[in-house]
Structures are given as C-alpha cells and as structure tokens.
Design a protein around this ligand. Structure first.
Ligand SMILES: *[C@@H]1O[C@H](CO)[C@@H](O)[C@H](O)[C@H]1NC(C)=O
Ligand SMILES: *[C@@H]1O[C@H](CO)[C@@H](O)[C@H](O)[C@H]1NC(C)=O
Length: 282
C-alpha cells in the first residue's frame, strides 16, 4: 500500500510540474497590419517580476521585449538579418532600453495567470496606440548595466555597444529610485570620439550627435543617424473590470473579467558608426 501511495504522489508531483511549465508560456497568433500572421510567445516570471514577449517578423527580424517591472525598465532587442550580398555580416543585434510606464502592460502576476480558450485563434488588438519616437543619447556599458536593470547584460550581450538609452529615461529612473542621475554615469558612454565634437560634456545637456540621417548618407563608411521601427502587434495592455451583484442585497462588486489588448510601435533614432549598419534606412 505504502509503495502505491508513494508512486501516486510522485506521479501527481510530475504532472503539476509539467502543467506549471507549459502554462507559464502563452503562444498567441497575431495578424499584423500587413495581413501576415506572426506567432508571439509571451512568458511571465513572477519571481523576477518580468514579462518577456518574443516573435519573428515576416522579414526574419527576431524581436524580444523584456519588461522589468521592479526597475520600470523596458528592453527591446532586435536581431536583424544582414544583406550578405551587400557585404553585411549574417545578422546584427541592437538593444533599446527605456523607461516603462507601470500601467502600460498587465502585471507579471496577471500575465502568468492568463489562459486562452482557443489557442489557434488569430488575434487582432482592440486598440492601436500608434507610434512613439525615441532619440537615443547614449550607448549602455553592459558590464555596468545592472545599475539600470539586471536583465540588460544577458539579453543584450550580442548587441554589445549597440545598446542604447536616452537621457529622459535616466531622469525617470533616478526619480523612481530616489537616487541622483549621476549614479548612472558609469553605465553610459557617449557616442564614439569621431562624433564627440558634436556633443557637450555634461549629462544634463542634449548629447545627441548631429550626424545626418542614414537616409541621405551616400558613403557606406560614414557615421549617421539610423532609424528602426519595432512594433508589438498584440499585448495585454490592461485589465478589464466588470460589475456584478455583490454578496449583500443591492451591493455592487467589481471584478476582473478579461484583458484589454493593444498594439504599439516604437521608432528609434540612434547613432551608427557606418551607414553599412543601417542599410534598410533608405
Ligand atoms: C524565474 O526567474 C528565477 C530567477 O531568475 C529563475 O530561478 C526561475 O527559473 C525562473 N522561472 C522560470 C519558470 O523560468
Ligand atoms: C516621429 O517621427 C516620424 C518620422 O521621423 C515623424 O513623421 C513624426 O511626426 C514623429 N512623431 C512625433 C510625435 O514626433
């Protein structure tokens, strides 16, 4: 008898483990604006208080979004396939780090509890939040990036110096953490010395290099301002609340009854040392 019970317990334990792992990841089929269907993988880690969302665009670009709720940091990484016939390497990776507004994505806890009834359904978001523009000011020094978020160094390892952030975001993080902006200085680097004469020396000033846009740049080896648009086609941007009858007579109770879904685009402008690294911007 004892042996059977022991066996049964182990079996139950294994089943729970399997269920737990498969359930933390959500696979969503999303129809994008071009009409293609892309598969988004969304994963919440409640311990870390993070949500990761990953998908491959129809042009092959692999996009990873990580939200670090604790530090109010959002990381957008793009792995872009190169155009080998034009002398590019197989792929390049860029990482953009910016402030995350706490109410713009459901919590990691709510995300981890999200289930879908019909996994094969092709989804479109309820609301299009349009596009935000970001002009990146700094390269993030990965070995010191833990000052911003502990997840940057690993996630952006392949991007290396192509990891960018803005001064405006540092101001928000410093305020949220109650520390001076200068705390972040060791984690930041101005753009390479060839364009440093375009910039001043203090954190507070506008440090954007005034190199011209890669769009108008003819020389492949010259530095320029590259543009890259990354859109998240579908994500849970808020909770929906419904009203129902409460426990006592005439009382009204509000309860969670679903999620609101959104689409949002991010247009990044950032420095590249050579037009070669920005061939799509034409
Ligand atoms: C969540 O993050 C913690 C800490 O980094 C890690 O130990 C754990 O394995 C993660 N959970 C899952 C399900 O990946
Ligand atoms: C964002 O940038 C695009 C392209 O450079 C521009 O057309 C648009 O007006 C900008 N939007 C805002 C809100 O600045």
């Amino acid at each position: 008898m004892m042996n059977w019970r022991w066996f049964f317990n182990i079996l139950v334990g294994l089943l729970c483990l399997v269920v737990d792992f498969s359930d933390t990841q959500l696979v969503i089929n999303v129809r994008n604006q071009g009409g293609d269907v892309v598969q988004e993988n969304i994963f919440a880690n409640v311990t870390d208080d993070t949500v990761s969302l990953e998908f491959q665009r129809s042009d092959g670009t692999l996009i990873t979004q990580v939200i670090d709720f604790r530090n109010e940091v959002q990381i957008l990484k793009a792995l872009i396939l190169g155009e080998e016939e034009r002398g590019q390497s197989q792929y390049q990776v860029v990482c953009f780090i910016f402030h995350f507004d706490k109410d713009s994505f459901i919590s990691s806890d709510a995300m981890s509890k999200l289930r879908q009834k019909n996994p094969s359904t092709i989804r479109t978001p309820e609301e299009d939040l349009g596009r935000s523009n970001y002009s990146m000011d700094y390269t993030v020094v990965l070995p010191h990036s833990g000052l911003i978020s502990p997840f940057v160094a690993d996630l952006c390892a392949e991007a290396g110096e192509a990891t960018y952030t803005r001064h405006a975001d540092l101001v928000l993080w410093a305020a949220a953490q109650g520390i001076p902006e200068t705390t972040y200085l060791t984690a930041l680097k101005k753009f390479p010395s060839s364009v440093n004469h375009f910039m001043s020396n203090s954190v507070e000033d506008d440090v954007r290099p005034s190199v011209s846009s890669c769009t108008s740049m003819k020389k492949m080896r010259s530095p320029c301002q590259c543009h890259l648009e990354l859109c998240i086609g579908w994500y849970p941007c808020g909770l929906k609340y419904c009203k129902g009858k409460g426990q006592s007579k005439n009382s009204v109770m509000t309860y969670r009854c679903g999620i609101k879904t959104c689409r949002k685009c991010h247009l990044f402008a950032y420095y590249v040392a050579q037009k070669q690294q920005c061939l799509w911007d034409e």
